[in-house]
Design a protein around this ligand. Structure first.
Ligand code: FPP
Length: 249
């Protein structure tokens, strides 16, 4: 189990993204309903946000609700929406106190009005904070985001603001909902599943992936630090050879 002291400050990832999976299975294992599992999941969110601030992480993106999650039973969707509202209600003051800035990505037109308002009020209330940027992926899917970017680029070409030849990775990046956010260097998924599930497909191109067997409600500060220590021990080659990376040639 890693501790904060084991983290090499010089090798800190700027941005960590997490697929928080396993609330339902956690609930089943404890003889509770799925909603209870999500509530426990929200407690784990609080822990991970706290430790992220303590180790001075710059960006933490949490996959809180995917586009596909709208297809879950109505009661579960409603419970997740009200959990989001109650978490914002109870935590905004704490976020401000800890200098955390809240951001959100996703198709927010689909969110119920009251949820959208709460979310944007909290985003506004924390907008001056300069510490951890906490990005909630809400009603988010990467394919949706990529298609939106393609539409925006196509409109710019139609309006003759952009030439086809000028489209490059930077232009594409600027048309994503993550436009001002660096790409994650580390992506963590809990619950022993090995999938990306429509999450930040473009942005994760060179991310290191870390899969934990723990179900999300059981994923604590030490597990998070373990993932970072593991990341710091990896050699990131970006298509180069090991010798090149170590500057032997
Ligand atoms: C995946 O577990 C989790 C979700 C779909 C929702 C994530 C929500 C939270 C962690 C709680 C609230 C979040 C915030 C930001 C306050 P699952 O339901 O797919 O689990 P299963 O695969 O075991 O069924």
């Amino acid at each position: 189990m890693a501790s904060k002291e084991q983290i090499d400050k010089k090798k800190m990832p700027k941005h960590i993204a997490i697929i928080m999976d396993g609330n339902g299975r956690w609930a089943k294992q404890h003889g509770k309903n799925r909603i209870f599992g999500h509530k426990q999941g929200a407690k784990a969110v609080k822990e991970i946000v706290e430790i992220s601030g303590e180790i001075e992480l710059e960006y933490l993106t949490l996959y809180a609700f995917s586009t596909e999650n709208w297809n879950r039973p109505k009661l579960e969707v409603e419970a997740l929406m009200s959990l989001l509202v109650s978490s914002i209600n109870s935590e905004t003051r704490e976020l401000i106190k800890n200098n955390v800035r809240l951001l959100a990505i996703g198709n927010h037109d689909k969110l119920p009005k009251n949820v959208r308002k709460k979310l944007y009020d909290a985003i506004d209330a924390t907008s001056k904070n300069t510490g951890l940027k906490l990005v909630l992926a809400l009603s988010y899917s990467s394919k949706w985001e990529i298609l939106e970017a393609v539409k925006k680029i196509a409109s710019q070409i139609k309006e003759e603001k952009l030439q086809v030849e000028d489209i490059n990775e930077t232009i594409f990046d600027q048309n994503l909902t993550t436009k001002d956010i660096p790409h994650p260097e580390l992506m963590i998924r809990t619950s022993g599943e090995f999938r990306i599930s429509n999450f930040l497909l473009w942005q994760l191109a060179y991310a290191e992936l870390f899969f934990s067997d723990k179900l999300w409600p059981d994923f604590g500060k030490e597990d998070f630090l373990d993932a970072i220590v593991n990341f710091q021990q990896r050699e990131r080659r970006f298509g180069k050879t090991s010798d090149q990376v170590q500057q032997k040639i």
